[in-house]
Write a new protein. Structure first.
Lengths: 176, 148
């Protein structure tokens, strides 16, 4: 999985407005105003289904209606990777599914219909724009130990990038 | 009298919208999409933005975000606006001054709304003054293609 910050609001410009109006800087006051746009690549659709449950954000995701799927583009969970029997079963199932997908596309079935057979393990790419308040909610929820390994990895990357871009905002809140 | 000043906006708004749009239809890595958009240039961005408007796919406009200082608005007037447009975020700075943040989709929706339009016009005028998103403003709020 790869996560990249495309842009974030310049916190200093917002702080300057507060200062000009004689308002002291409290991170909570700016959580709705600081926005981040991320590119997320090569995570599974399992994880993006979990991600988009956090609704106060804007998402645009690679469409399977138009792009062809390949067997190589799937995520294999570590619990399957490290289990020989499970890994064999997983691989055989993927071969069957992708063979059927390719046969359907070759037979003239539109990609948007042939994709009904594809697994949710398929890798995807998306962009997400989100404000700091919603992002903090995702991070709190999805870095918890109860969260699944892949979205936990994603949430950790989002946190690292957001904290690096706007350290003052995140550090002050975490310190509390 | 209401005074609207731009505090911050997404960098290269039209290209940002184009990136989001291409993300839906391309299998390329984000850097390759960005390179492709730079190489093809502004005319291609214009083509993509025009297509968004024609297809009414305004969701990609949500990646273009702005923060504004809005001065001279009372709480009652502001509440009316925010009740109609819940995706506007406003923080009170004093009795009549506010820090506003919203995305360009909300701006288009304000523009389409009879009550919201005067405020949207102030915002678009400020974007014009600051030379932010000239192509977006021309296509969405100009004479040739109206979002409304």
């Amino acid at each position: 999985m790869r996560v990249k910050l495309l842009y974030s609001t310049e916190l200093e410009t917002l702080k300057k407005v507060l200062a000009e109006k004689g308002v002291s800087f409290e991170p909570e006051a700016l959580l709705d105003h600081v926005v981040y746009m991320f590119a997320i690549e090569d995570c599974s659709r399992v994880t993006t289904h979990q991600l988009v449950r956090h609704r106060v954000a804007s998402y645009d995701q690679e469409s399977q209606r138009f792009s062809a799927a390949t067997k190589e583009g799937v995520v294999t969970p570590p619990s399957i990777q490290t289990n020989e029997a499970a890994n064999k079963a997983y691989d055989e199932a993927l071969k069957t599914v992708y063979s059927a997908y390719e046969k359907m596309v070759t037979a003239g079935v539109p990609k948007e219909d042939a994709r009904y057979i594809l697994p949710t393990a398929i890798k995807t790419k998306l962009v997400m724009t989100i404000n700091a308040r919603s992002l903090m909610h995702i991070i709190w929820q999805r870095t918890a130990l109860q969260a699944q390994w892949e979205i936990r990895e994603l949430a950790t990357s989002l946190y690292d990038l957001a904290r690096e871009a706007t350290p003052e905002l995140w550090t002050k809140i975490i310190e509390r | 009298m209401v005074n609207v000043s731009l505090v911050w906006s997404s960098p290269k708004p039209e290209r940002t919208i184009a990136v989001a749009m291409r993300r839906c239809y391309s299998t390329k890595a984000i850097e390759d999409i960005e390179t492709e958009l730079e190489q093809k240039g502004v005319e291609y961005w214009k083509f993509l933005l025009t297509k968004c408007l024609q297809d009414k796919s305004l969701d990609v406009f949500e990646h273009f975000t702005i923060s504004l200082l809005v001065e001279g608005v009372g709480e009652v007037e502001l509440s009316r606006l925010i009740c109609r447009f819940p995706y506007i975020h406003a923080t009170r700075l004093n009795e009549i001054d506010w820090l506003f943040s919203m995305n360009a989709r909300t701006l288009v929706e304000l523009w389409r709304d009879r009550e919201g339009k005067p405020f949207a016009e102030s915002v678009v005028a400020e974007l014009d003054r600051k030379h932010v998103s000239p192509l977006f403003n021309e296509l969405v709020f100009g004479d040739r293609i109206h979002a409304c």
